[in-house]
Design a protein. Structure first.
Length: 741
C-alpha cells in the first residue's frame, strides 16, 4: 500500500497561544492554516514516505512512552491529515478507497461551498503596501496613537452628553427616504469600510507579515470588502496578532471620533446627516458586529487569541457534535467521521466551550432570522417572495443536515458489529424531535406587515377646484381659517364677460324685432313666418345668458366647509420656459393662491386648495391587490416621516377601499419608485385611509417641540397585519389566484 509522506512545501511556525505554544502549519496552495500540538507534529514528521502506517504507530508508541497512544487515534489523525491535503500519498485502509501514488494537488475551496459568504478573487496589494509603508510609518508611532486615543475619548464624552440629540438625529435620518442621501451615504460608508480593511493590511505589514489580497465578498448577497491577513497567525507574539485583528475597528473608531467633532460644530445640512450616520456605523455598529466574539469577525479572532483557543468556534462545535454522537451511539462513536474533540480542551473547560457554542448559535440564529425576514419583506415588495422563501428554506435545511448528518450516521463499528438497538432508538428520537421542531417552525405564526407610501391629508377634508377658468384677482392665503360659504378666491374671465355682453345685446335686438313684428300683426288674424324662429332665438339667448351668469358667479369661489386652507398643489417655474402664449396668458407657479400669482390664468379643474380640520390628520396609502386582503380597519400602523423621530407618529386603519384607483395621485407620482412600479405593473392598487394619532404632532404652530404635519407630504408606513406562518406565506390562496372573497 502507499506510504504516507508529509508534503515538503508546508510551512511551520511556532506561536504563543495563551500560556502554551502551538505549531501553525500553512498550506501554500490553499492558504489554509492548521493548528497542531507538539505530539501531532511529531506524528506528521514520522510520515516521511519510508514508513508504513504500522511503522508510524510503532514509532509513536516508543517515542511517547510511557503514555499510551491508541493505534486507532493515530490512524484517524493521519486520515484527517490526508483528507486535508497534507500528505502526498493517499492511505489505503478499510475506510479509504485506493488511490494512485501520484502526488495530488489539493483542490481550492469552491466559491459556492459557502453560499452566504462567497469570496470573489481579490487584488494583490503586497507591492503597493511595500511602497506605502515608508510614507505612513510615522503615523504608526506612539504620539499618533495617543492623539487618536484622545480623539476617541473626546468623542465618547460628546456622545454621552449629547446622547438624546444624537438619537433624535439618527431617528430623523433613518426616517428619510434613502434616495435623499443615497450617493453621499454610499461614498461615506464605502470609504470607511475601505479604511477598515486597509488598516488590517497596514498593521499586518508593519509587523512583517504578508497581506495577500483585498477583494469583494458577497455576504448574504451584499458586496463587502475583505482583506486576507491570514499570515498574521504566523506572528509569534500574541499582542501583535491582536493588534492586526483590532486595527480595522480602531481605524473606524477614529473616523467616528472625527465625524462626531464635525457633527457638533456644524449646522443642519446633508453633511451633518452623513456625519451622524458615520458616527453610528463606525462606532456602535462596528462594536456590536465586528467586535462581537459570537460572530466570526474581528472580535472573534481577538477573543480566541486572548483565551488561547484557536478556531474557538470549530473547537466548540466539534465538542458538541462529539458529545451528541457519543450520546446517540455510545462507545461505538469513536469514528473518523467526527473530529477528535478540541485539541485545547485540556486548557479550556467543557462548560465554557458548550456555553460559547450555545450563545453563538442562538445569536447567529437571531441574526440570520432577522436577515431572512428583511429579505422576505423585500421579496414580497418585488413579488418574488415564493422564490426567496424556497431559497431560505433550502439554506436552512442544508445547515441542519450538515450539522446532524455526522451525528446520526452509524459508526463503522456498528456496521461491522451489526444492529445496535440503543443507538438506533436514540437516532430515531433525535430525528423525531428535529422533525417536530421543523414542523412547529413551519407553522408557527410570525409577525407580518404591509408597507407602502402615505400622503398626509386633513381629516374630513374637501378639495376646492376651479370650475370656470379665469385669472385669479384675489384670494385667501395658505393657513387661513374660513367658515362654510365664505369667499376664498375671486377670478375674472374677460372672454366670458365679452360673450355675455354680446349675448345681452343680441337678446335686446331680438326683443326689439319681436315687438316690431307684434305691432305689425296687431288686429290681424294671420301669423308671421319669422315669429317662431325669433321666439326660439330669444329663448336660446336667455338660456345662454343665464348660464353665463351662473359661470360668472362661479368665478367667486366659496368654502364648501369650515376649516383651514391648505395650499397643496405646486408647480415649479422652469427657467427660460416662458413662451409667447405664457406671456399673453401667464400661468401660475408654486401654489395657485400665492400672492405672486395674481393675474395668472387658472384652467378648469385646477386644485385651488384643500379645506379641512386644523386639528386632526389622516393618511392615505396605496396597497397592491396582492396584499389588500390582509388589511382591515382597526390594524395598527407605524409611520416613518423624514422630519421627526422614528415611531413618533402612529395610526390606525379606518377605511379600506372596495375598488382600485384609476389614477396615481400627484404626490405619489413624484416618487419615482412607486410611479415606475405603477406604470409597469399590471397590479391594481387600493386606497387605505389611516387615522393618525395626535400624539405625534401638534396643531399649534407655536408648539415647536412637535411640529404640525405638512399636508400632502409623503411618508412610509407599515401596517401590522395578521401573523402568518412560513407555510401560509408559501402556499397562501392569493399566491395561486384563489378568490379572497
Amino acid at each position: 500500500m502507499s506510504l504516507p509522506r508529509l508534503r515538503p512545501d508546508l510551512t511551520w511556525r511556532q506561536i504563543a497561544m495563551g500560556k502554551a505554544t502551538v505549531w501553525i502549519l500553512r498550506d501554500p496552495l490553499t492558504s489554509d492554516y492548521f493548528y497542531v500540538s507538539d505530539r501531532e507534529r511529531a506524528i506528521l514528521e514520522l510520515a516521511d514516505g519510508d514508513r508504513s502506517v504500522e511503522e508510524i504507530v510503532s514509532a509513536c508508541s516508543q517515542r511517547f512512552a510511557p503514555d499510551y497512544v491508541a493505534s486507532e487515534s493515530i490512524v484517524r489523525f493521519l486520515g484527517d491529515a490526508d483528507r486535508s491535503g497534507l500528505l502526498c500519498a493517499r492511505l489505503l485502509d478499510q475506510r479509504l478507497e485506493p488511490n494512485s501514488l501520484e502526488e495530488p494537488i489539493p483542490a481550492k475551496p469552491k466559491p459556492w461551498s459557502q453560499p452566504l459568504a462567497i469570496r470573489l478573487p481579490g487584488v494583490a496589494v503586497g507591492q503597493w503596501l511595500d511602497g506605502l509603508m515608508p510614507r505612513i510609518r510615522p503615523f504608526l508611532q506612539m504620539p499618533f496613537a495617543i492623539v487618536a486615543l484622545l480623539l476617541i475619548v473626546i468623542a465618547i464624552a460628546i456622545g454621552l452628553f449629547q446622547f438624546d440629540k444624537i438619537a433624535e438625529h439618527v431617528s430623523v435620518v433613518a426616517s428619510r427616504r434613502v434616495s435623499d442621501l443615497a450617493i453621499l451615504l454610499f461614498l461615506a460608508i464605502s470609504a470607511t469600510k475601505l479604511v477598515h480593511e486597509l488598516a488590517h493590511a497596514i498593521a499586518c505589514r508593519a509587523f512583517g507579515a504578508e497581506c495577500r489580497q483585498i477583494g469583494v465578498m458577497l455576504l448574504f448577497g451584499m458586496p463587502v470588502l475583505y482583506c486576507d491577513v491570514s499570515d498574521a497567525w504566523l506572528l509569534p507574539e500574541r499582542w501583535k496578532r491582536i493588534v492586526v485583528s483590532a486595527a480595522g475597528m480602531l481605524a473606524e473608531l477614529v473616523i467616528a471620533a472625527v465625524a462626531t467633532l464635525i457633527w457638533i460644530f456644524i449646522d443642519d445640512s446633508s453633511v451633518r446627516d452623513v456625519c451622524v450616520v458615520v458616527m453610528v456605523v463606525c462606532s456602535v455598529s462596528t462594536i456590536l458586529f465586528n467586535g462581537n466574539p459570537l460572530l466570526r469577525y474581528d472580535g472573534y479572532y481577538i477573543f480566541s487569541d486572548l483565551i488561547g483557543v484557536p478556531n474557538l468556534g470549530g473547537e466548540a462545535s466539534a465538542m458538541i457534535r462529539r458529545g451528541l454522537r457519543r450520546w446517540v451511539w455510545g462507545d461505538a462513536a469513536a469514528s473518523r467521521l467526527i473530529d477528535q474533540g478540541p485539541k485545547f480542551q485540556r486548557k479550556t473547560s467543557k462548560l465554557f466551550l458548550a456555553t460559547y457554542w450555545l450563545s453563538s448559535t442562538i445569536y447567529r440564529g437571531m441574526v440570520y432570522f432577522a436577515i431572512g425576514m428583511i429579505a422576505f419583506g423585500a421579496a414580497e415588495a418585488a413579488n418574488v417572495d415564493g422564490f426567496v422563501s424556497v431559497v431560505i428554506m433550502g439554506l436552512l435545511i442544508t445547515a441542519v443536515v450538515r450539522f446532524a448528518k455526522p451525528i446520526l450516521e452509524k459508526p463503522a463499528g456498528v456496521r461491522r458489529g451489526g444492529y445496535q438497538p440503543l443507538g438506533s432508538r436514540r437516532r430515531f428520537f433525535v430525528t423525531a424531535i428535529g422533525s417536530i421542531i421543523g414542523v412547529v417552525g413551519l407553522f408557527l405564526p410570525l409577525p407580518r406587515s404591509v408597507t407602502g407610501p402615505m400622503s398626509v391629508v386633513p381629516r374630513e377634508a374637501s378639495e376646492v377646484f376651479v370650475t370656470v377658468a379665469g385669472r385669479i384677482d384675489a384670494s385667501a392665503t395658505d393657513g387661513d381659517r374660513v367658515k362654510a360659504g365664505e369667499p376664498i378666491a375671486r377670478l375674472s374671465n374677460a372672454d366670458m364677460q365679452r360673450e355675455r355682453i354680446k349675448a345681452e345685446s343680441d337678446l335686446a335686438s331680438r326683443r326689439v324685432e319681436l315687438a316690431s313684428i307684434e305691432s305689425q300683426l296687431r288686429g290681424q288674424f294671420r301669423q308671421s313666418e319669422k315669429l317662431p324662429v325669433l321666439l326660439e332665438s330669444i329663448e336660446s339667448l336667455e338660456r345662454r345668458i343665464e348660464l353665463l351668469h351662473q359661470d360668472a358667479e362661479r368665478l367667486t369661489i366659496h368654502a364648501p366647509t369650515a376649516g383651514r386652507i391648505y395650499c397643496t398643489e405646486s408647480r415649479v417655474r422652469m427657467v427660460g420656459s416662458r413662451n409667447h402664449r405664457e406671456q399673453m396668458m401667464p400661468t401660475w407657479y408654486a401654489t395657485p393662491m400665492a400672492a405672486e400669482n395674481r393675474g395668472a390664468w387658472l384652467e378648469t379643474g385646477t386644485t385651488l386648495c384643500t379645506i379641512g380640520s386644523p386639528d386632526h390628520y389622516d393618511g392615505i396609502t396605496l396597497i397592491s391587490e396582492k396584499q389588500i386582503a390582509w388589511v382591515r380597519p382597526g390594524q395598527d400602523v407605524k409611520v416613518r416621516m423624514h422630519d421627526r423621530q422614528l415611531g413618533a407618529v402612529k395610526g390606525t386603519v379606518v377605511e379600506v377601499a372596495s375598488s382600485p384607483i384609476e389614477r396615481l395621485p400627484d404626490e405619489f407620482a413624484k416618487d419615482g419608485t412607486l410611479s415606475s412600479r405603477f406604470r409597469r405593473s399590471n397590479e391594481s392598487y387600493y386606497q387605505v385611509r389611516i387615522r393618525l394619532d395626535r400624539r405625534g404632532f401638534s396643531s399649534n404652530e407655536s408648539d415647536s417641540s412637535i411640529a404640525p404635519l405638512v399636508i400632502r407630504s409623503t411618508a412610509m408606513i407599515a401596517i401590522e397585519v395578521d401573523k402568518a406562518s412560513i407555510w401560509q406565506r408559501l402556499f397562501s390562496s392569493e399566491r395561486f389566484g384563489v378568490d379572497r372573497f
